[in-house]
Design a protein around this ligand. Structure first.
Ligand code: WTA
Length: 651
């Protein structure tokens, strides 16, 4: 890979740092480095000041009620997220500004102004009401990246029905579990979506999921594909989106919501097999998304902002929909794959809409890097003024490649660390202020307090690895795990008293900059997507031929990590290539294609402690070809040696 970008090695060896370009700082939204200290001295006051920029039906009484681990922000306030993202932009010149610029994979495109988007959201919100959806009712959304998706979200927010979006790449079974966990009455889906020229059969998947979801009364189906989709509508349950909104009023009052009313649930993988329903509430989440979008992306009225994420993940929630629209920005959304019809698709989109800000994932950058710089070079990327990354640690080579080949060496690159649970970016440069170092997410956003600590919770010395923790509540923090408050406490707040445990390892350098090292728990980060080892293992042992399975993450050049599984087959079942293929397909079918293992190794036995726990640490050592770590707690040392031998033979 280094061959394609020879100059970058050299740059890295210089240990270069990148101060913000003077012209950038001169126009930046934040120029005063004093913001950090000011926010630190009075973090509640800092957030309260931001809250002044939002529209409130009723002002809040108290900024923060903190009874660890339970936070309530802006108590007593009445506010609506949809109103803040739409209505308040309608009175001035933003009324006819592009709110959403949508590009379909086949090349069709559509622009929604704020006025137009508002109308569509109202019509759909009225449609939901006509189906009996009320404040507090959960609505599951399983859609491709089409405008109806943000319209559905904003309509839910408008009437106070929390949405739960399930990424369109998830399997019917994953969808079913998520619907049942939050007991949704309504599912919104589409007749399909486009991915690399093929149709993703969302409606068929939904039909399969809905066979086991007693709470769902209605399924709304948006038309994306049309006649070719060949879907069957179930009488009495399924209704076409177009029929639902037909004749609905373009006016729908936004429901005044309590600050702490639930805005959405988003399922994410944790350390057990069952995904967690992360709960975000109204005011604090909106505020966090709003403030960070404005400062981290230095968002201006005339920007064309593009976040390449899928709205099925938290990045799309906060930084395609809520953050940008609350700011009255123009937000681009793209339906398809970066390499369809060719590997320059992202850059063609940048050129077509003259995007000024691009926010993507390291995995996408590494893929582009592998394809070579001729693809971005074909396009005029001079409109770009700021670049961002999120989702996984970015290696300095990829950072430099992004800066040089996409940003033309002129644009700051903001490496932003955060999580589904944090709702908003928490560790990040401020592009007009921070001197950047490739590979470091730099420092906590003003008002946020992060630290790297050891097992006991004591801060470690600079340069030492440890656990990343957050010491103060922040407005967009998750409030609980849906239906499982104990898990909320146990997962995030039990390791250290009154401190949020992120599950990430990190180190701090002598400048006080943070370097995120990746997960320290049993979560695998595949191309920026979280998958739990337990989910993969449960999917494998669900197969009739599998006796036992263990899965781990292994470094992958493009995806960051890939899934590797070690499998013991039942007595009498032969190992074979066909069996390997079958098991990979089985996992993809059970969870979704993102969880498909790259490699499966068959083993007569798995390394276990004397108490029977699988030692994943050793499996990771084996998979990475490292010297084996401590094996003293192992019940049978022979197992590991055998596996290691087998693994090496296969490589
Ligand atoms: C990882 C995505 C390094 C991290 C917004 C975290 C990162 C998990 C970065 C959350 C970054 C996210 N540098 N690692 N800039 N951003 N991560 O919930 O391990 O899908 O815990 O949220 O992604 O993933 P999630």
């Amino acid at each position: 890979m280094a061959d394609t970008v020879p100059s970058i090695e050299a740059l890295l060896q210089e240990g270069r740092t990148f101060p913000p370009p003077e012209e950038f700082t001169a126009q930046a939204n934040v120029r005063d480095a004093g913001v950090y200290q000011k926010a630190d001295a009075d973090f509640e006051g800092f957030w309260a000041q931001w809250a002044e920029e939002l529209h409130w039906f009723k002002r809040w009484d108290k900024t923060l009620q903190w009874d660890p681990p339970n936070a309530q922000w802006f108590t007593g306030g009445k506010i609506n997220v949809s109103y803040n993202c739409l209505d308040r932009h309608l009175t001035g010149p933003r009324r006819n500004k592009a709110a959403l610029v949508w590009e379909g994979e086949p090349g069709d495109w559509k622009v929604y102004t704020y006025a137009h988007l508002h109308r569509e959201v109202c019509r759909f919100a009225n449609g939901l009401k006509s189906l009996g959806v009320k404040k507090g009712d959960r609505v599951t959304i399983y859609m491709p990246m089409i405008p109806e998706l943000p319209i559905a979200m904003l309509a839910c927010a408008r009437i106070g029905a929390p949405h739960s979006i399930v990424f369109g790449g998830f399997s019917p079974e994953s969808l079913r579990d998520r619907i049942n966990d939050c007991q949704a009455n309504v599912l919104i889906t589409a007749d399909g979506g486009y991915r690399r020229g093929r149709v993703v059969p969302l409606k068929q998947n939904a039909d399969e999921a809905l066979e086991g979801t007693p709470t769902v009364r209605t399924s709304i189906v948006a038309r994306r594909i049309g006649d070719d989709a060949n879907v069957s509508m179930k009488e009495g349950r399924d209704v076409w989106w177009d029929d639902l909104v037909e004749g609905q009023s373009t006016h729908c009052d936004a429901e005044p919501m309590d600050s702490e009313d639930m805005l959405f649930i988003l399922y994410t993988s944790g350390t057990t097999g069952k995904p967690k329903g992360v709960v975000h509430t109204t005011a604090g989440y909106l505020l966090g998304a709003y403030a960070t979008t404005k400062w981290v992306f230095d968002l201006k009225e005339e920007d064309v902002y593009w976040c390449t994420a899928d709205i099925g993940w938290v990045t799309g929630h906060s930084y395609i929909v809520y953050g940008p629209l609350a700011n009255g920005a123009t937000s681009v959304m793209y339906e398809g794959a970066p390499d369809y019809p060719d590997r320059d698709r992202f850059w063609a989109i940048v050129e077509k809409y003259a995007a000024t800000i691009v926010y993507t994932a390291p995995t996408a950058i590494r893929a582009c890097m592998r394809w070579g710089e001729s693809y971005p070079a074909k396009h005029d990327l001079s409109s770009i003024r700021l670049l961002g990354t999120v989702g996984e640690p970015i290696n300095p080579e990829a950072w430099m490649w992004y800066r040089e080949n996409i940003g033309g060496g002129r644009c700051p690159v903001v490496d932003t660390w955060w999580q589904t649970e944090t709702g908003m970016i928490l560790i990040t440069p401020l592009p007009g202020l921070t001197t950047l170092t490739p590979g470091s997410a730099t420092r906590p956003f003003p008002g946020v307090q992060a630290e790297v600590v050891d097992e006991k919770g004591d801060p470690v010395a600079p340069g030492q690895g440890g656990y990343l923790i957050l010491k103060r509540p922040w407005p967009a923090m998750l409030r609980t795990i849906y239906g499982d408050p104990e898990r909320y406490v146990e997962q995030y707040w039990s390791r250290y008293p009154n401190v949020y445990f992120t599950g990430d390892g990190a180190k701090m350098d002598d400048k006080g900059f943070f370097w995120i090292l990746g997960r320290v728990d049993d979560v695998i980060n595949v191309a920026g997507h979280r998958i739990s080892t337990m989910e993969v293992e449960s999917a494998l042992v669900d197969h009739r031929s599998v006796a036992e399975a263990a899965s781990i993450g292994k470094s992958h050049e493009v995806k960051g990590q890939g899934v590797v599984a070690f499998v013991t087959l039942k007595e009498g079942v032969e190992t074979s290539d066909a069996m390997e293929r079958e098991l990979k397909a089985h996992v993809a079918r059970k969870i979704g294609a993102i969880a498909r293992p790259d490699d499966i190794y068959f083993a007569a036995d798995l390394p276990k402690t004397r108490s029977g726990k699988i030692m994943r640490r050793l499996l990771r050592d084996i998979a990475e070809g490292r010297v084996l770590g401590d094996t003293t707690t192992l019940a049978d040392e022979g197992v590991v040696e055998m596996l290691k031998q087998q693994y090496e033979d296969d490589e």
